[in-house]
Design a protein around this ligand. Structure first.
Ligand code: NAP
Length: 274
């Protein structure tokens, strides 16, 4: 049980968020239930889901049956593309709450920047003001999308959840977000397993007596970003949280930063004219 070791960050609205959470994309049914159960046992408190993932009900059931008090959990969900729009957002939000069996979410995100993103944001600001979403944020927003949002919003998003690894080191976006006190939350932080054999990563991991997955997670934490690795494997779930007993020094960080090759796992599935 590692929960007391997970460090927290403070978001721009003064809410605390664990620096490491549990991703749940593709986890369904019994696999999702077991994985989230193991994650909670291991000490993860942030659970990342989305209406699109089709597992909110399983997550709801698992957190309800767990012994972890609601106030110690940090539940993130996201509004899907087809649910966006001012009125539609309230309905989508209620659907998610019902499936999750909770009466507030800790973080509600716009999953992708679509045409109705500004009206969607207006509704999310109301959900925030009503206390139903303790924090609101965005995902997959570019700097241009963020600029547009900041020019129109009453409330600054607390988070931009984007793909972020040494192999996709989005330094400009990170700097821009920092300047505006928007936290980067890294998805696919393990490159979906595709780059774990990289020789530099392997060398650094051997030297620290840690696995490549642990080095990737630690790299994100050293950059002060939130990491949400996913696994259905009990051993990996335990391994991925065991990253708070070592650090990476400047030299290792520089070498990892230099692995950037704009490697993306997730491409936008909608070819918009924007
Ligand atoms: N906002 C968005 O648009 C968006 C997009 C993508 C993802 N996300 C979120 O980010 C989360 C994480 O990203 P992801 O699921 O794409 O990928 P990921 O966390 O980078 O990688 C998951 C893969 O890595 C493997 N793995 C996990 N731990 C490992 C370890 N210690 N050693 C070796 N392999 C390991 C897993 O296999 P096993 O299950 O066998 O361990 C799985 O195949 C998602 O689950 C989701 O919550 C959000």
């Amino acid at each position: 049980m590692n929960s007391n070791r997970i460090l927290t960050y403070t978001l721009n609205n003064n809410i605390k968020i664990p620096s490491l959470g549990f991703g749940t994309w593709t986890l369904r049914g019994k696999v999702a239930i077991n994985a989230v159960k193991w994650a909670l046992q291991e000490g993860y408190r942030l659970i990342d889901t989305a209406s699109f993932y089709g597992n909110e009900a399983e997550i709801g059931k698992t957190i309800k049956e767990s012994s972890v008090p609601r106030e110690n959990l940090f539940i993130t969900t996201k509004i899907w593309d087809t649910e966006q729009g001012y009125d539609e957002t309230f309905k989508a939000f209620e659907r998610s709450l019902t499936k999750l069996q909770i009466d507030y979410v800790d973080l509600y995100l716009i999953h992708w920047p679509r045409e109705r993103r500004l009206e969607t944001w207006r509704a999310m600001e109301e959900l925030y003001e009503q206390g139903k979403a303790k924090s609101i944020g965005v995902s997959n927003f570019t700097q241009d999308h963020l600029k547009e949002l900041l020019a129109n919003a009453k409330i600054t998003p607390v988070i931009n959840q984007v793909e972020f690894t040494p192999f996709l080191y989005q330094k400009k976006l990170l700097d821009y977000c920092r300047k505006h006190r928007i936290k980067i939350e890294a998805y696919s932080p393990l490159t979906k397993g595709k780059k774990l054999n990289n020789p530099i990563l392997q060398e650094i991991s051997n030297r620290h007596n840690k696995t490549p997955a642990q080095i990737l997670i630690r790299w994100g934490l050293e950059h002060n970003i939130i990491e949400i690795p996913r696994s259905k494997n009990k051993g990996h779930i335990s391994e991925n949280i065991d990253v708070f007993d070592f650090s990476l020094k400047e030299d290792d960080m520089k070498r990892l930063d230099s692995l950037n090759e704009n490697f993306r796992n997730v491409e936008d599935i909608i070819f918009s004219s924007e």
